[in-house]
Design a protein around this ligand. Structure first.
Ligand code: C6P
Length: 423
């Protein structure tokens, strides 16, 4: 592509100028790294995003001046740590627009949040013959926990199919929902396709038959303003590390009336009221679901990540990423040998593709040599690969610090791959 064409493309898609990408990038020191002698182009944000100084500084501030164990000590530092931890819970409450702070459970990430609901709510409520509806585009962490609990309770997992654009077939969903349906587990944004699902409509239909919805918001949290009150979903799980926060921390939101009746997920310190050898009683929510010393520092870092997103503006982030997505689609559409996966009308953050004549893994390796980091493989979404009858795709996924010029770098590296493979 010529320099002029590139500039035209850039101007067309550069958005309205509200986002100062250079200023944003300056907050992410890792973006200055060289990879194989090239400037890093980090397009693997769906797997894990990079961290701004606001987050790493919050972590070191916490360890330098606030750390002790929470909810236990009578001393000043324990009070500081407890306050910082519980303040992070309030930030998380605001981040998803929950009504009550105790509706937020700190977990390791989306995977643990979904397993918690399957184990606690599922084990308690599911009867033989009950049905759990799970969409075809789910990540394995919103499939396997349901299969595990179905095996133990005699309930059945049924798939809500999608079409070739990667959109849920809503008519089929309507057909599947019945008085047997107890749980509908669906992703807000699909990690392998980028589809944004109609969560409010799906929830409202599930509620008509008395089922609950469990929303996997792992890929939505970095790109979409979350609002559990508007969605009216019953549970929602997300991971901090995909939304500029630390690894090892995430949240599970659950409606208070549901969480407060659910049995514990794990036993240990912090989650009890009284323990005797005759039996134990359990703490109220949220502590009932937070056995053991929690991940205090990363909860604080998670709070800092939410504040980073607010300060940048979630709408501004979404608009910028949408312009990147439009640009990458536009360029890919001009290439006969590129096939795109995920062409839903509403998409966020993800561009997945294959290139004729070159295996996705080879694309990933060649791009890496040019400093361009993408993800290749089945993306923990094997049913999606099966739908399209492929083994793997290459996936570029965006964050607020990505630029149109980086997309050009990715396409330049694809040209190198074509040349190398003679295709
Ligand atoms: N997807 C990806 O590259 P954890 O590992 O618990 O933080 O997140 C699991 C998970 C759940 N749901 C969705 C929609 C996800 O995308 C992920 C993680 C990464 O797409 C790693 S496989």
């Amino acid at each position: 592509m010529s320099e002029t064409a590139r500039k035209e493309n850039f101007n067309q898609y550069a958005g309205n100028g509200i986002l100062d990408v250079d200023a944003i990038r300056a907050q992410f020191p890792i973006l200055q790294e060289k990879v194989h002698g090239n400037d890093l182009v980090y397009l693997d944000n769906g797997a894990s995003s990079q961290k701004p100084l606001a987050v790493t500084e919050a972590l070191s501030r916490y360890y330098a001046s606030q750390h002790a164990n929470v909810h236990r000590g009578v001393h000043e530092l324990s009070d500081r740590a407890t306050e910082a931890y519980e303040n992070a819970r309030k930030i998380a409450q605001k981040f998803v627009n929950a009504r009550h702070a105790e509706e937020i459970i700190f977990v390791r990430g989306t995977t643990e949040g979904l397993n918690l609901v399957a184990e606690s709510y599922g084990r308690d409520k599911l009867q033989p013959g009950d049905e759990i509806l799970v969409s075809e585009m789910e990540h394995h962490s919103n499939i396997v926990p349901w299969q595990l609990i179905a095996e133990r309770t005699g309930s059945v997992v049924k798939m809500i199919p999608m079409d070739d654009a990667g959109e849920i077939l809503f008519d089929e969903y309507q057909q599947l929902v019945s008085e047997k349906t107890r749980i509908v587990a669906v992703t807000y944004v699909a990690n392998s396709l980028g589809t944004v699902n109609p969560i409010r409509e799906m929830t409202s239909l599930a509620h008509e038959v008395g089922a609950v919805t469990v929303i996997d918001a792992a890929q939505a949290a970095p790109h979409v303003a979350l609002d559990v009150a508007r969605l009216d979903c019953d549970f929602l799980a997300l991971s901090g590390h995909k939304m500029y926060g630390p690894t090892g921390i995430g949240i599970l939101y659950g409606k208070r009336e549901l969480l407060s009746k659910m049995p514990p997920y794990q036993g240990g310190g912090e989650m009890i009221r009284q323990v005797t050898f005759e039996g134990s009683t359990y703490a109220d929510i949220p502590h009932r679901f937070e056995a053991g010393t929690p991940n205090i520092a990363d909860a604080v870092g998670f709070g800092a990540a939410c504040e980073f997103m607010w300060e940048t503006g979630i709408d501004t982030i979404a608009r910028h990423e949408q312009s990147l997505l439009d640009y990458i689609h536009e360029r890919a559409n001009q290439m006969d040998d590129v096939r795109m996966y995920g062409t839903a009308k509403l998409k966020a953050g993800v561009f997945a593709f294959t290139l004729n004549g070159i295996h996705a893994h080879d694309i990933g390796t060649i791009l890496d040599r040019q400093g361009v980091a993408i993800r290749v493989g089945h993306h923990c979404a094997m049913p999606v690969m099966r739908h399209f009858n492929i083994a793997a795709t290459a996936r570029a996924s965006f964050a607020v610090y990505n630029t149109h010029a980086e997309i050009d770098r990715m396409f330049d590296a694809l040209d190198d791959a074509r040349e190398l493979f003679g295709v």
